[in-house]
Design a protein around this ligand. Structure first.
Ligand code: FES
Length: 125
């Protein structure tokens, strides 16, 4: 099963957008990124402590507008892989969900599995 999230036009090239999606086991906050025309969907949950990355809703980019940045301790993540290049969770990844782009609309795979650790983090916040 899949669920429509938004039009690709709502995501700036080289940028990110916040959304909430309904997966098979409940609602999840996600981050949509777009780089080189490719859209990816990540769980909005920092691998360091599990908190959402954005203090100001929808503000994810670092000062250089190059990486996603966690507002809590400043970890930096690549837009296309979710890989943490700097910060306390360096070497770890944001959790990527299955997604497709069809006719300019982004769809998420509602059967995407969220690892148990991410859910434990989430419930603790
Ligand atoms: S909570 Fe994200 S870097 Fe610490």
């Amino acid at each position: 099963m899949e669920s429509q999230i938004t039009s690709v036009q709502n995501i700036n090239e080289g940028g990110a957008l916040a959304a909430v999606v309904e997966l098979h086991d409940g609602h999840r906050r996600v981050i949509l990124t777009r780089k080189g025309g490719v859209v990816r969907v990540f769980l909005n949950s920092c691998p360091h402590t599990g908190v959402r990355l954005d203090w100001v809703p929808g503000k994810f980019m670092d000062l250089d507008d190059e990486f996603l940045q966690c507002a809590t301790h400043g970890a930096l993540f690549e837009l296309d892989s979710g890989y943490c290049v700097e910060g306390p969770c360096s070497g770890q990844y944001l959790i990527q969900l299955g997604a497709k782009l069809r006719d300019g609309i982004v769809f998420v795979d509602t059967e995407s599995e969220v690892p148990r650790l991410a859910l434990v983090h989430r419930k603790g916040k």
